[in-house]
Design a protein around this ligand. Structure first.
Ligand SMILES: [Zn+2]
Length: 440
């Protein structure tokens, strides 16, 4: 059964869009009739003022241009939220065998059981992702040994994982979660780079809609600012002339202040998150979150990981593809691992580090808003971070990952810091051009 707060959120989500439409219609009425027609263009006799046609028409033009821009960005946002919300498909629950763990894992599992109440995902628990605290994204609790869908992870160079090297798992959707995906209790699905459930737009703001959300709140802020200025200016004038205020204009001041303040807060906080390359959910524990990452061990280093090697790595590793489970002792003996193996080092960031921060607020903003000024202001193209055509990682990674690789010795010895930066720059450009191609 839906929890009360979830039901409230869904009910609010359905009520608010029609309410906003009514507010827009009323705002149009206030500015057109009582302000521009009855006061500026053809003043009613009670105002004892001359006609100001120019001012009236200028205000009408600017007002309607702004409201059309707000409506267009709102519709673009609604379109993406309803048609391209970034939901991940659910999988079928793992079989009973897959839910068994190997005997060697049992002690570990018992230890984790204590944590499970705090960290494992359950229905209606988006908060789980939020509450991971120092474990960061790392611990999904005791999860079934499901091996389906892992190819899309181990064919990348880096992905977010649990402490044992497997990707994060959502036990509600029965699937591994790509980096930064979270389970949303309102829609009961995992959502790619979920930001928040927004009742104002009746859906989940995610990687496919965050850019349009920022544009919507930004243009709403400008629209409300303009409405507030004209309503307040002419209300003051009317009070001076007649001693009383126009009730519609007074309501206009109230509405534009209220929505203006709200959109101001949302614009500032959304831009700040985009500059930090964090989602609202990730921001909740940004100072304590520890990210566990599986980082590919280059092929040339694999020989050094063998038992006879005298070189001792400082990290744990995991080798994909994982063997099918459960394996009987006989089957385990006969098991032939596939020829092509993908070995990953399991490395952790320091608390508060963000592997997705590209090192500069401008580069982080580009990941959300786009690479050109037109992309920043027009609600046309998708965010570059939602582009899945380049496959080294789910999202572009920043200096934190470069540092982890360097510390673990995963970079070629000749690769000093400047070369690494050049590489990052090159990757950045490659993503840029592939993003452009995908848009064309
Ligand atoms: Zn889920």
């Amino acid at each position: 059964m839906a929890r009360p707060d979830r039901r409230v959120n869904l009910a609010v989500a359905r009520t608010i869009p029609p309410f906003l439409l009514c507010v827009c219609v009323y705002a149009c009425y206030i500015v057109t009739k009582p302000l521009c027609i009855d006061y500026l263009i053809r003043p009613l006799p009670k105002y004892s003022r001359g006609s100001r046609v120019g001012a009236g028409i200028a205000i009408l033009v600017i007002f309607y241009i702004l409201i059309v821009v707000v409506i267009i960005t709102y519709l673009r946002l609604l379109y993406n939220i309803t048609r391209n919300p970034g939901f991940l498909p659910r999988s079928s629950p793992p079989t009973k065998e897959q839910q068994e763990t190997e005997p060697s894992e049992r002690p570990q599992r018992r230890k984790r059981k204590h944590r499970r109440t705090r960290t494992a995902e359950k229905p209606d628990k988006t908060d789980i992702d939020i509450e991971r605290g120092a474990d960061g994204n790392a611990d999904g609790g005791a999860i079934p040994l499901d091996i389906t869908g892992l190819e899309s992870f181990y064919t990348k160079d880096v992905f977010v994982c649990q402490e044992d090297g497997r990707p994060l798992y959502c036990s509600t959707c029965c699937r591994y979660k790509p980096d930064r995906a979270h389970h949303c209790r309102e829609v009961d699905r995992c959502v790619l780079k979920m930001d928040h459930f927004c009742p104002w737009v009746g859906g989940v703001v995610s990687e496919t809609s965050f850019k349009f959300f920022i544009q919507f709140v930004f243009y709403t802020l400008i629209f409300c600012g303009f409405s507030l200025i004209i309503c307040a200016t002419f209300t003051a004038e009317i009070i001076q002339d007649t001693g009383g205020a126009n009730v519609h204009l007074a309501i206009g001041i109230g509405l534009s202040s209220l929505f203006g303040l709200f959109s101001f807060g949302m614009t500032i906080s959304s831009l700040q998150l985009a500059m930090w390359n964090l989602s609202t959910i990730e921001n909740l524990n940004r100072w304590s979150a520890v990210w566990t990452l599986a980082i590919r061990v280059p092929d040339r280093m694999l020989a050094r990981l063998g038992p006879e090697s005298r070189w001792a790595p400082t990290f744990r590793t995991i080798t994909y593809p994982l063997p099918p489970v459960p394996l009987s002792p006989e089957a385990a003996r006969d098991y032939q691992p596939p020829e092509k193996q993908h070995v990953f080092a399991i490395l952790q960031t320091l608390p508060g580090e963000n592997p997705f921060d590209l090192g500069s607020p401008f580069k982080n903003l580009q990941q959300v808003l786009g690479y050109s000024i037109i992309d920043w202001f027009l609600p046309l193209k998708q965010s570059p971070c939602a582009d899945r055509t380049t496959g080294d990682s789910f999202y572009e990674l920043g200096p934190v990952v470069s540092r982890l690789k360097k510390e673990a010795g995963l970079n070629p010895p000749s690769e000093s810091q400047p070369t690494t930066q050049n590489d990052t720059e090159r990757k950045h450009k490659r993503r840029r051009s592939s993003h452009r191609q995908s848009q064309e």
